[in-house]
Design a protein around this ligand. Structure first.
Ligand code: SF4
Length: 249
């Protein structure tokens, strides 16, 4: 394994194995202690992201937090970002799509290309989410996410600490990898965390407004994402291991 942080590469395998059995707060403390301001939480302010943020703020109130504003987020998510800023007294770093790239896509394919084909949906995710994220990660040594193994098949194999080969061999930290959805909500309620009000309207996973709908009882929790697509992973490309060929146009 290779890692950008000097001295870490030879121990990374042991660290990954060691931290698989550790609590979420221990995993976060390791990441923040090791990488300091070269580590940041990446969140779209879904339920899992709120838990990670809360745990991290208890360890380091100055923790860096960033989000990608695709320009198509629900009003409820924008409203939550401001509530989070007030609640924790933190700055939220907001990053945007490249305006030239975005204008080119909209000019060529229209404002809502995602409903027309999987290929165009993936193009939109690439322009509005994946490329901005890639630019942020170029300046980080570690990013911290709210991924859980039980969220979907495509996430079933995540480790709490990973070498992120898709983003220049930086470290990806998934402290909630072994948490259940129930545990996430128990934490949110017990600690009275702010959360996205769309959850109270039947949403189970929240992304961009035109690509997210509520789910029915018993439906897959990510069924409301790109609900018109069949046989395609419910992923935008940010977390999918594209080098494994799991998602291609
Ligand atoms: Fe575009 Fe929908 Fe992807 Fe958002 S979720 S970036 S609107 S395709």
């Amino acid at each position: 394994m290779v890692c950008q942080k000097p001295g870490l590469d030879t121990h990374l395998s042991q660290i990954i194995a060691e931290y698989e059995d550790k609590k979420a707060e221990d995993v976060i403390a390791w990441a923040l202690g090791t990488f300091q301001r070269r580590a940041a939480i990446c969140t779209s302010f879904q339920a899992e992201g709120m838990v990670v943020l809360d745990l991290a703020c208890r360890i380091d109130p100055g923790v860096r937090v960033f989000t990608i504003d695709t320009g198509r987020l629900p009003q409820e998510t924008y409203e939550l970002i401001d509530r989070v800023r007030d609640h924790y007294g933190i700055d939220v770093e907001v990053y945007y799509p490249d305006q030239k790239e975005l204008a080119q896509m909209v000019t060529q394919h229209g404002i809502n290309p995602f409903y027309r084909s999987v290929s165009l949906r993936l193009l939109c995710c690439e322009v509005r989410k994946v490329n901005p994220l890639n630019r942020v990660l170029q300046n980080l040594d570690a990013w911290i996410t709210g991924l859980r193994r039980s969220q979907s098949q495509t996430r079933a194999g995540v480790y709490k600490i990973e070498l992120d080969e898709d983003h220049g061999n930086i470290i990806k930290v998934n402290p909630l990898a072994d948490w259940s959805e129930q545990r996430v909500w128990e934490y949110i309620r017990a600690n009275q965390l702010p959360y996205n009000r769309l959850y109270d309207q039947g949403y189970a996973s929240i992304g961009c407004a035109p690509c997210t709908r509520p789910v029915a009882p018993g439906e897959d929790r990510r069924a409301g994402r790109w609900w018109w697509e069949n046989g395609v992973p419910k992923e935008c490309g940010i977390h999918l291991r594209t080098h494994q060929g799991a998602l291609s146009r």
